[in-house]
Write a protein that binds this ligand. Structure first.
Ligand SMILES: Nc1nc2c(c(=O)[nH]1)N[C@H]1C(S)=C(S)[C@@H](COP(=O)(O)OP(=O)(O)OC[C@H]3O[C@@H](n4cnc5c(=O)[nH]c(N)nc54)[C@H](O)[C@@H]3O)O[C@H]1N2
Ligand SMILES: Nc1nc2c(c(=O)[nH]1)N[C@H]1C(S)=C(S)[C@@H](COP(=O)(O)OP(=O)(O)OC[C@H]3O[C@@H](n4cnc5c(=O)[nH]c(N)nc54)[C@H](O)[C@@H]3O)O[C@H]1N2
Ligand code: SF4
Ligand SMILES: [Mo]
Length: 714
């Protein structure tokens, strides 16, 4: 059969690398990087190169499944949607709208319409219980920094940066980072090029990561001690007068309070607590402050250490006191093509508080919605605890709570306690094992998509509208259509920025995307028309060239003292490090899998099937642990097994381990073939971030023993 090669982009992860796909009839047979794409230049990673295998894989669901006495079995689409809609309607009638919850996991963020439709569905029902993986990820930088104000013109872009300060973010493996941080597009090459033009790099990470290997200064911080370290860096910059005094005078309030709060944190005190050298801290502070451009930013590691809000506050403060923003008259930050446009002026937009009083509240831990989502921290308790507002039904789209949420046993109990659990997943995931229905979605090459979820990283007005290259197999349909099928049966409105979706006639995906992106620079339908070949387009002529001055003479100012942050910081700095258990288990990513996705593909399995417990060889020698030995890791909240891996890049006292491996009952028997879930070590009821509810998923105090020794001691 003839092979037709078509351009598209990868949606295995958020980097959206430009690809060429070979299609034979109804099958994709191979994919590779598109060398003609000016931005990606043919780059792909090993995960993306499995797209053909993924689409054709034997574990892939091609029909919706319903649980009966014999387990999951195929069910006709009409019957599935009728029954789900009827059961949801009965649950809402009996228990009220909050009894239905929706969770958008990582794959809802790889489909340009899924997350928005899932959210519209929850809102249409009137439920406060809409959850996303953001509150398991980096919620503090999304929600708690806005209370300091934000700069209309945006942060300094990566391309013009002289210095970056990177805290717990390894974009070379994760292809993920904040705007202005290490670019997620062909990250290793981009970073090398930036270093060649003079970029200075400071990395704060308990591991010498792939990014840290290129650093001028690497501070191998003890996990969980970033607050002290960042406070010391700010103290040095302020006391040595290396900050942007003119910028602060014009735009910033609260500098004296911040100065006072960090004044006692000398390089020596921070060095002792964080386990790094005082000289290293001083160099890091001077490199960052003496540069003209470039930002301080973090990834998941620090956000998960229990101090997310304080760490993001300190990083935002560093950028504010050093004025790391696009200024009046400088080249403007590019407009995002598919995002509603906001003025990109050189001025401060007023602080915003997106949680607390006035926001729908959870029944637990004083937590409330952040923006329009409830923190994942409370999902299990909201399901398991009877009373007004108890969650009875959950729809999971592209997520896997059983391996991704804190406190695994409780999450499993919660999934089992639901009256109705619907998973939208390409396979029988660890969570789908407990589902009443598993709905089978079309995969990425079988659907239209736009680059709305990756465009915030682009430094040009880059846009892509890719067409479905293959027909969806079996009964599979796009994820947004599943919500539409249920919504129309329940008569639940699906409201988007551009208005309500029709429920009587099925909209096209282009129509849905136009509704979702209403107010954007160029509507998806127009980008589609402009790019009949399905390749990228850069709307350079639609971009403003320079950043205008602030729109309003009485512009807002940044505040370095929102709410009680100074008191919280002072209290945190006064606390000596947790003397508790000897090791700290820190989170990391694995190159060849994406959380719990990819473990089923042969080429990726060859790279390893367990989530190795990476340890410093000196620690292993001291404890008599050989490379590849099985160990037991015990935290206050629980226990897991791991396979020890000698890794000199990990600082002593640290176990560096990926999450989303194994299942709840994998245990010792399956540790080599599947790994164990580190979320068995995480307790969501203590040590969580008080605003975002983010649990301590990294920097977890643990004890480590050889399995043989542990068994003998019992
Ligand atoms: N201890 C600890 N816990 C963590 C983290 C950590 O570092 N440490 N990291 C946290 C972070 S950052 C995140 S984002 C969360 C992730 O949390 P989740 O998003 O809940 O978990 P994933 O494993 O990414 O789940 C993705 C699911 O989507 C399915 N899938 C794959 N392709 C498709 C598709 O095309 N369509 C659909 N519908 N489904 C598909 C996969 O089979 C899988 O079941 O975990 C968090 N949990
Ligand atoms: N290959 C691959 N890519 C992925 C994923 C994957 O599973 N595999 N997951 C995706 C997801 S969901 C996300 S959110 C992004 C995350 O993207 P990143 O945030 O870049 O994730 P990591 O690569 O784990 O980098 C986090 C770093 O934090 C460090 N760290 C851990 N604890 C601490 C601490 O207490 N302090 C400091 N300073 N550092 C600490 C770890 O050593 C690690 O190097 O990656 C995405 N990309
Ligand atoms: S980095 Fe890899 S998985 Fe992510 S979009 Fe690119 S090729 Fe796909
Ligand atoms: Mo994430």
């Amino acid at each position: 059969m003839a092979v037709i090669t078509q351009p598209t982009f990868c949606r295995f992860c958020h980097a959206n690398c430009a690809m060429l796909a070979d299609v034979e009839g109804d099958r994709v047979t191979a994919v590779r990087g598109d060398p003609d794409d000016a931005l990606y230049k043919g780059y792909t990673c090993i995960k993306g190169r499995q797209l053909a295998d993924a689409h054709n894989h034997e574990t892939r669901l091609r029909h919706h499944m319903k649980r009966g006495d014999g387990g999951l079995a195929p069910v006709a689409p009409g019957a599935a949607f009728d029954d789900i809609a009827a059961r949801l309607q009965a649950i809402v009638a009996q228990h009220g709208p909050h009894s239905v919850a929706v969770y958008s996991g990582t794959y809802a963020f790889q489909n340009s319409a899924a997350m928005f439709t899932a959210h519209a569905f929850a809102k249409g029902i009137g439920s406060r219980n809409y959850f996303t993986s953001v509150t398991l990820d980096q919620p503090a930088k999304v929600y708690t920094t806005l209370r300091m104000g934000h700069w209309g013109g945006g942060p300094n872009p990566f391309s013009g940066a002289d210095a970056l300060l990177v805290v717990g973010n390894n974009a070379i493996i994760s292809h993920y980072g904040p705007v202005g941080g290490v670019s997620p597009f062909s990250p290793s090459r981009t970073l090398q090029d930036a270093r060649a033009r003079g970029l200075k790099l400071v990395v704060i990470d308990p591991r010498q990561t792939e990014v840290a290997r290129q650093a001028d200064v690497h501070l191998a911080v003890k996990p969980g001690e970033d607050v002290t370290l960042l406070a010391a860096i700010i103290n040095i910059i302020l006391s040595e007068g290396r900050f942007d005094q003119a910028f602060c005078q014009r735009h910033v309030d609260g500098l004296d309070e911040l100065r006072a709060a960090v004044a006692g944190i000398t390089p020596e005190i921070a060095a002792a607590r964080a386990g790094v050298s005082a000289d290293g801290i001083i160099s890091a502070a001077r490199i960052f402050a003496d540069a003209k451009r470039g930002i301080a930013s973090s990834g998941t590691g620090p956000e998960m250490s229990g101090d997310g809000t304080l760490i993001e506050y300190l990083l935002a403060s560093l950028n504010i006191i050093c004025g790391r923003f696009v200024r009046d008259g400088e080249p403007a930050s590019p407009p995002r093509v598919f995002t509603a446009q906001t003025p990109r002026h050189a001025g401060v937009n007023a602080p915003m508080k997106l949680w607390g009083e006035g926001f729908p509240a959870s029944r637990f831990r004083g937590l409330t919605q952040l923006g329009e989502e409830m923190p994942c921290n409370v999902l299990a308790d909201e399901i398991l605890t009877p009373g007004d507002g108890q969650i009875k039904a959950l729809i999971v789209v592209g997520g896997n709570p059983v391996v991704a949420f804190p406190n695994q046993d409780k999450v499993v109990a919660a999934m089992q306690a639901l009256d109705l659990l619907v998973c939208i997943d390409i396979r029988e995931s660890e969570t789908a094992r407990h589902a009443d229905y598993v709905l089978a979605p079309a995969m990425c090459l079988e659907r239209d998509d736009i680059t709305n979820l990756s465009e915030w990283w682009h430094e040009t007005p880059y846009a892509r509208y890719t067409r479905a290259l293959l027909p969806p197999p079996g009964d599979t349909i796009d994820e947004w259509e599943m919500f539409w099928e249920i919504a129309r049966r329940m008569n639940v409105p699906l409201r988007f920025a551009g208005g309500e979706a029709a429920l009587d006639v099925r909209p096209t995906k282009t129509q849905i995307l136009d509704l979702i992106t209403h107010g954007c620079l160029v509507p998806p339908s127009q980008v589609r028309a402009d790019t009949p070949d399905g390749r990228a387009i850069v709307y350079a002529d639609k971009a403003p060239m320079v950043t205008p001055p602030p729109a309003d003479a009485a512009e807002a100012r940044f505040t370095l003292t929102p709410d009680a942050v100074i008191a919280d910081l002072t209290a945190r700095l006064a606390v000596a490090p947790d003397p508790g258990l000897e090791f700290r288990l820190s989170s990391r990513r694995t190159k060849h899998v994406f959380n719990s996705s990819g473990h089923q593909y042969a080429a990726l399995q060859k790279k390893g099937t367990t989530n190795y417990a990476h340890m410093n060889p000196d620690d292993m020698a001291r404890l008599g642990i050989a490379d590849e030995a099985t160990i037991v890791i015990t935290a206050r909240a629980g226990q897991v097994y791991g396979v020890a891996k000698a890794s000199p890049d990990v600082r002593p006292g640290v176990i560096s381990m990926a999450h989303a491996f194994g299942d709840f009952d994998t245990g010792l028997a399956g540790v080599r073939a599947h790994g164990n879930s580190t979320n068995r070590l995480v307790d969501e009821t203590s040590g969580y971030d008080p605003i975002t509810g983010q649990s301590r998923q990294s920097a977890i105090p643990v004890r480590v023993e050889l399995v043989a020794a542990a068994v003998a001691a019992e």
